[in-house]
Design a protein around this ligand. Sequence first.
Ligand code: TNX
Length: 527
Amino acid sequence: MLIAMMALGNVAPAEVGLALVPRPQEVRVTGAPVPLNPTATIASDPEFKGLERTWREWVRPATGFSFPPVSAGQPATLTLRKSSDVTLGEEGYSLSVTPQGITVLAYRPAGAFYGLQTLRQLLPPAIYARTRQSVEWTIPQVEIRDVPRFQWRGLMLDVARHYQPVKEIKRFIDLLAMHKLNTFHMHLTDDQGWRVEIKKYPRLTEIGAWRSETVIGRNTGKFDGIPHGGYYTQDELREIVAYAADRFITVVPEIDMPGHMVAAIAAYPELGDGKPAEVMKEWGVSPRVLNTRESTVQFCRDVLDEVMAIFPSRFIHIGGDECPKDQWRKDPEEQQRMRERGLKTEYELQSWFIRQMDAHIQSRGRRLIGWDEILEGGLADGAAVMSWRGTAGGVAAAKLGKDTVMSPTSHMYLDYYQSRNADEPLAIGGFLPLRGVYSFDPMVAEIPEDKRHHVLGVQGNLWTEYMKTYAHVEYMAYPRGCAVAEVGWTNQNLRSFDDFLARLGVHLERLTVLGVNFRPMSPEDVP
Ligand code: TNX
């Protein structure tokens, strides 16, 4: 049925009543809903055993059902079974709900986890409550087969402009997991704050993690007089990494260089132009950047070594964005180094710098990713490109045979205004309503057929200049994050904004139960 309607060139409406977000690739409703009883049990193949606890933690508070395990071979209400179907891949699953029982089939644990996330969404929204609810727990009878479209489905949170406590970071991660997002990009350093403990360079956090005050509004020249700061110890970051890994989320750390480094330069002035600096209190791009002395390059390698020891992720983000070249242009020492290295332009110097990081990161068995400026002056060998200034950088990378993640300001900047209402809280600018996010297809037409596999996926970015609190982060992140999730997960031929909106109505009830401070829908969002 679904297939037939697609052949007509329409997007068949999803089962709106199910309101699954992101929309699974194949859903069939096969009968009337079945009740879930207090006597429900769980069984799983050895590889998925750890997920039994996850499931209990999710459903026990609201239902009071304890889902005891059954002994091997006995039938259970909910069974997590290892599939031999490799086409399910790392993250795919199938889910079958019948009066005889519920079965999640997956090839790998992440797939089983997503099967359970879908099952949780099939229960009434009250399932997300943390206290006992008197609700009739029923589950629609369905057959679902679901495999994500892209392998990189991410949100970036800038914890440099405004620090967020570990507890809030964990909540942020839980919301990613609920939406089957698998990548949490942590923007850990910037001009206004250094947020990662580096044992070899203690001043980075002693000095760099704190600013004396913050500009009021959009660089008004007036300051709030309130010190701001904070940082994550290496132990805390390991805790965050483990928490995310339990939810099948990779934390990609970013150390932004050679620009956006004023906090580090404030701590160690020898890294910059040598003059004293303060951690920045205003927003925008500073002309003060790292110098490219060998000792500074070594500093960056040392920092990345400690970072790589904390974060097991395959990709390490080195920023690379918005590095003004004036400081290098005017400094005779820098010009001398350029000549010695056989470089003609400051763009080549930036490229040289990134190549040093690329070689180092590759020598540790990892891969470098950076913002699309790293294409300028020549892209390093092992580099992948995060395309933010539109999609052109991503297209260029793919054409060069390099991997890319699409994150253009036009569709993925969740720091932009989400409505034109005058009462919208101050934001950086721009205008990116829910519909705009949803309309993005990361597989842009300019990418040749044989290079398409280089598009790893998609990412929404939360730059936090104007988000002082975690509640404000959630306000900017949702519901647009739901749209990012569906852009990353659901095949293009199954996506329509109207259908998404219809499901979102119920989905927002789930977020309400969870206490998420999402932006409520307003009439202008609805066509
Ligand atoms: C540009 S996107 C930046 C950030 C700002 C952001 C605000 C990027 C790689 N750099 O430093 O926070 O714009 O939208």
